[in-house]
Each structure stands twice: as structure tokens, then as C-alpha cells.
Design a protein around this ligand. Structure first.
Ligand SMILES: *Cc1c(COP(=O)(O)O)cnc(C)c1O
Length: 383
């Protein structure tokens, strides 16, 4: 049976060595190799996140949404003022979680395909004096990327903390946690890190840990930094411990995935994503497909593409028939007008897969063989 190629913005195809590490009989959470692997993962995360030695990585079972909820409930008390940088579906989710927590939420919005203007963010932050500013690094619903550095600078002027949802960016887009002074950068295992789904991954600054200590309404027990801190510290010092069973197979796979990123280099990994994304954007242009994000705002981890005139979601089926799975629209306002192609993690090492995707799309749109060949040309420049 030949399997379809999964080119959605998560879960993504995983590297053979990652799959191999994952596919073992479930080990105990206190098995020596799991303890060693867990400890190494925590150490590696600081490097991949570009975080300093005082920051604290957390590895918890769950998904990106779990990591978002951890950030919200550990930093924010009811009635705290917060600002959300609005980019689409996932920043809306963050705002909803914050409202449920009882925070006083101000959202700075932008038209679809754009990101909020820094002046508007600054104005909102200066008037609201928020405790925390929340932003989505890459909003997977519209394919836009914000500039986290500017958000950190704006927050810093009023001593606000910053939380970045990096579920569609960590290990693929440039992020300098220590240099920019970000307080939480969070992700999930099934996106650019390239594992099966099941882990919430987050690094918190020392300042974020101190803010948790001062929280009045304790977070849900399973999400509480204070419950997890002794566990993370034990694993990092290579000691056994238990609070809630970790996803042991995923820990083994995570070690291999993070080793892969660090062996190639985090900066080089980011550059590889940039090069692949740039070649793909050129391919889309040859196929006469327009992007949802405006010029200069498109992320390197996925492409949000408008259906060309005369086409609709039926091309997703046509692509599937050619062995490639891509994703439909997610943002409710333009759901039926666009689709999404993921290109992150191991996928961008496989130029043959990127070619297969471009070819399947070109053929599904009924483009001529000449046009499809010209669309494939930019991919030839990739290593
Ligand atoms: C996928 C995604 C999420 C949600 O992650 P889950 O693992 O599905 O819970 C949140 N934010 C962004 C930006 C995402 O891409």
C-alpha cells in the first residue's frame, strides 16, 4: 500500500530515524534511557529556542492548545489586563482562553492577510498597561508571520511579559528568546519539530516563573508550572520522578528530532525553511496562484493559497488522487476561498516531496506540462 504524502500544516511527515525511535514497546517513565533522553531534550530545547541558562523548558503530554493554556493560566489572574496581537484563528483561540480565565482582553486586529501595525499595538499597550502581551508568531490560519522582536520591544516599555505561540514556527522561523527578552515561546510536537502529535513544548523565562509564584488563582493542576518544575529539574539532573506519566515514546523521538536540528544548526535549519518557502512561492507564482498573506508577510512554514479563478476545494481531492494531501481553509471568513500547504520539518529536506506537491497542484489545476515544468524550476536551486 503506498501512503499519501502529508503536506498539511501539522501533523507533518517525520524523518525515518524519528519514527524508528518512536516505534518501540512503551518504556517506563523511570527507565534509565528515558531519564537520559528526557534530560537531554530539556537541554536541547534551550538551544533550539535560543533561550538562556536561567530559562525553564517544559515537556508535557498534550498538544499546542495545552501549551497555550499553560501559558495563559500560569501568567494571568482574573481581572488582569492583557493585549492580544490579532492575526487570525489561533490568536482568537488565545483571546478566548484569556477571557475564560477572566482576564480583561484587548485585541489589536488587522485585515485578513495582514498583521497588526506596530503603532496600533504600541497604542493599545501604552493605554492598557497589560500584564502580558500575547502574539501568534505564525498564524496557521492565514499564513502570516509577525515580528516578535517588535512586540517584545513594545511590551518592554511598560514591563509587560510576552507570550508567543510558536506552534507553527518553533525550529523553523527565526526566534531569539534570550536576545529579544520573550517570556514564553511554546509549540507542539507535530509541527516543525517533526514528531507525531502528543507533546506540548514550552520554554519559560525566569521572570515568567516568578510571575507564576505570585499568581492568586492556581492554574489547573495538570498545567501548573509549580507541579511540573520539580519533575523537569529531576529529569535534567538525571533523576527519576513522577507527577503525571510522560509520553515516553515521544520523549525518545524528541531527543532524535532535536539532535537533528542542532547537528544541522538551528540557524541553518531556519535558512533551509526560508529557501524552501521562497522556492515554493516562486512555484506558486508560475502556477498563477495568489497568496493570502500580503507581500513580505508570508511565513516560511506553510503557504496559504487562494484558489485561482474557476477552481475550488475540489482540487484538494484531485491532489489526493495524485498522492498528496493538503489542507483546506481554516479562517472562517475566507474558509472556502483558499487552501494550505505545509512545508516544515523533515519535509523541507525532501526536495522530491516538494516537487511532487508542486506537480500535483499544477496538474490538478489543469496547467500545461510546460507551465508545470517552469514551476518546478525554482526547486532545482535547493540543495
Ligand atoms: C496547530 C496550531 C495550534 C494548535 O495546536 P494543537 O496541537 O492542534 O493543539 C495553535 N497555534 C498555532 C499557530 C498552530 O499552528
Amino acid at each position: 500500500m503506498s501512503k499519501s504524502l502529508l503536506m498539511i500544516p501539522g501533523p507533518v511527515e517525520v524523518a525515518p530515524e524519528v519514527l524508528e525511535a518512536f516505534c518501540v514497546a512503551p518504556p517506563s517513565h523511570v527507565a534509565p534511557n528515558v531519564i537520559e533522553s528526557f534530560g537531554k531534550c530539556l537541554e536541547s530545547m534551550r538551544h533550539v529556542w535560543k533561550a538562556d541558562a536561567t530559562s525553564q523548558p517544559f515537556i508535557v503530554s498534550g498538544s499546542g492548545t495545552t501549551a497555550m493554556e499553560m501559558a495563559v493560566t500560569n501568567l494571568v489572574d482574573p481581572d488582569d489586563p492583557v493585549v492580544v496581537v490579532g492575526t487570525g484563528y489561533f490568536s482568537d483561540r488565545m483571546a478566548d482562553m484569556l477571557r475564560r480565565r477572566g482576564a480583561r482582553v484587548a485585541t489589536v486586529d488587522a485585515p485578513i492577510g495582514q498583521v497588526p501595525n506596530p503603532d496600533d499595538i504600541r497604542k493599545s499597550v501604552d493605554t492598557r498597561m497589560p500584564k502580558v502581551v500575547f502574539a501568534t508568531h505564525v498564524d496557521t490560519s492565514t499564513g502570516v508571520r509577525i515580528d516578535p522582536k517588535i512586540v517584545c520591544e513594545i511590551a518592554d516599555r511598560v514591563d509587560a511579559l510576552t507570550v508567543f505561540d510558536g506552534v507553527c514556527s518553533t525550529a523553523a522561523e527565526r526566534f531569539e528568546m534570550a536576545e529579544w527578552g520573550a517570556d514564553i515561546f511554546l509549540t507542539a510536537s507535530q509541527k516543525a519539530i517533526g514528531l507525531p502529535p502528543g507533546l506540548a513544548l514550552l520554554v519559560a523565562s525566569n521572570r515568567a516563573l516568578r510571575v507564576r509564584e505570585a499568581i492568586e488563582h492556581a492554574p489547573p493542576k495538570s498545567l501548573d508550572f509549580e507541579e511540573w518544575l520539580p519533575i523537569m529539574r529531576a529529569y535534567e539532573s538525571r533523576a527519576p520522578s513522577y507527577f503525571a506519566t510522560p509520553a515516553t515514546n515521544l520523549i525518545l523521538a524528541l531527543e532524535v528530532a532535536l539532535d537533528g536540528v542542532l547537528a544541522y544548526g538551528i540557524d541553518a535549519t531556519v535558512e533551509r525553511h526560508e529557501a524552501a518557502a521562497s522556492a515554493l512561492r516562486s512555484a506558486w507564482s508560475h502556477l498563477e496562484i495568489e497568496l493570502v498573506p500580503e507581500e513580505g508577510l508570508a511565513a516560511n512554514t506553510l503557504s496559504a493559497l487562494r484558489y485561482p479563478k474557476g477552481h475550488d476545494a475540489s482540487i484538494l481531492k484531485a491532489m489526493h488522487n495524485r498522492g498528496v494531501v493538503v489542507a483546506g481553509g481554516l479562517h472562517p471568513d475566507i474558509k472556502d476561498a483558499y487552501f494550505r500547504v505545509g512545508h516544515m520539518g523533515y519535509t523541507v529536506e525532501r526536495i522530491d516531496w516538494l516537487e511532487k506537491t508542486v506537480r500535483a497542484l499544477g496538474q490538478s489545476l489543469g496547467r500545461s506540462e510546460d507551465v508545470v515544468e517552469s514551476a518546478l524550476e525554482p526547486l532545482k536551486e535547493l540543495e
